[in-house]
Structures are given as structure tokens and as C-alpha cells.
Design a protein around this ligand. Structure first.
Ligand code: GSH
Length: 214
């Protein structure tokens, strides 16, 4: 299967963590999203133009990070969406929370800061900061009692939280939240996460600067 991605993209990192946790082989294909020609070419594969997307050997297209992980769960262990129906619902809920309110907000801060000050949208920045603070409050409480987002076992929501926290470290530091910091240390010590971050590092340094990858 062919995996269309970019190493700097948090949603792609989320899926790559799942690939490496499961040790599933895939053919990686970097999409240079900054290059208009490559972008147009990629739209022939996935008209929405978003990465990640997976194309199976029988040509079925599977876009969307959570849906790709759900597909991978059907073909390889360990399960990242596990447990009974209620537990699986909770995993999907947290995965969405991390995507929509943590990851999207951290990305907003990164992209807004890349703009000249006069062009920044203060309302968007304030909303992003509010959502990050709210998520940190929720996470600090959760991780006081459990090592991973849905209990004792690493799952899909943790795949989503990892890239969000990787980028948040500098844009919205969580070092004053001791339980989130300990959670980050647990995530960062996983071989799957180390591999994804090592592969991303040269791109992160080149695009976002030396400090972003530190
Ligand atoms: N909901 C999608 C989000 C994917 C997404 O936003 N990908 C970004 C990179 S992190 C992208 O392709 N951006 C290019 C664009 O928006 O055109 C998922 O979970 O896969």
C-alpha cells in the first residue's frame, strides 16, 4: 500500500506512529504540498488535496488519519481502537478532541506566528489559546490517574496527542502541567514516536526553524 504524506504534517505523523506501532510495511510517498504543480498532481489521487491518504494495492483510497488507523486496526495488531463499544467510543472521542481542539489550535499558533505581525488574526489566536488551555486542564486531570488517554494501553487518541504535543512544546509550553509533562515523556520514549520524530526533524528544522525540533 502507498502512503501519501509529508513528514512535517501532524496528521501524517499520527498515522506513521500507528504504522510503526503495528510494524506494518508501506510504500511512503512524500507530497510536496508547497509546490503548486505537485499539489495539482496529488489532487488527481485525492481531490481534497489533504495528506495523509492511503492507497491500497487494489486502488481503494483511504484518506483521513483516524480512518486510516481504523483500517490498519483491521489488518494488524496491536489494536489502537480497543475494548468494548463504549471504550471504542471514548477512544474516538479523545482522538477527535486532540485533532480538533489541540492540534488545530497549535497549528493556528504556528501559522499565525509565521505571518508579519500586522497580518495576524488576533481573534483566531485568542480562540486557539483558549482551546489549548481548556485541553491542558482536561488532560492534566486525566493523566493524574492514567498513563495513556484511554487507560493503561496506548491507543489511537495517543497517536493523535503525540504530534500535537510535539509542536505544542514550544508554542504553548505545558511544562507547568506535571501530569501532561510526564505523559509527553512516556510518549517520547516509545520507539514508534522516536522514529517518527527523527524522520521529521530535518524537515521541521528546514521549514519551522532549529528550535521547533529541539
Ligand atoms: N482531518 C484530516 C486533516 C488532514 C490535514 O489537515 N492535513 C494537512 C497537513 S497536516 C494538509 O493536508 N494541509 C494541506 C491543505 O490543507 O491543503 C486528517 O485527519 O487526516
Amino acid at each position: 500500500m502507498k502512503f501519501y504524506y509529508h513528514p512535517i504534517s501532524s496528521y501524517c505523523q499520527k498515522v506513521m506512529i500507528a504504522f510503526y506501532e503495528k510494524d506494518v510495511e508501506f510504500e511512503p510517498e512524500i507530497v510536496a504540498l508547497m509546490d503548486p504543480e505537485e499539489r495539482e498532481k496529488y489532487r488527481e489521487i485525492y481531490p481534497m488535496g489533504k495528506v495523509p491518504a492511503l492507497v491500497l494495492d487494489d486502488d481503494r483510497l483511504i484518506p483521513e488519519s483516524s480512518i486510516i488507523i481504523e483500517y490498519l486496526d483491521g489488518i494488524a495488531e496491536p489494536k489502537l481502537i480497543f475494548g468494548d463499544a463504549d471504550q471504542r467510543r471514548k477512544i474516538r472521542f479523545k482522538d477527535r478532541m486532540y485533532d480538533l481542539y489541540l492540534n488545530e489550535s497549535v497549528s493556528t499558533l504556528i501559522f499565525q506566528e509565521m505571518k508579519p505581525e500586522s497580518e495576524r488574526d488576533q481573534e483566531r489566536i485568542d480562540t486557539a489559546k483558549f482551546r489549548i488551555d481548556t485541553m491542558y486542564g482536561f488532560m492534566e486531570h486525566e493523566f493524574a490517574n492514567q498513563p495513556y488517554s484511554n487507560g493503561e494501553t496506548f491507543g489511537m487518541a495517543d497517536c493523535a496527542a503525540t504530534p500535537a504535543l510535539y509542536y505544542a512544546r514550544h508554542k504553548a509550553p505545558f511544562d507547568k502541567h506535571k501530569h501532561i509533562s510526564a505523559y509527553w515523556d512516556r510518549l517520547a520514549s516509545r520507539p514508534s514516536v522516536q522514529r517518527v520524530m527523527t524522520e521529521a526533524e530535518p524537515y521541521v528544522k528546514a521549514i519551522l526553524g532549529q528550535d521547533a525540533a529541539a
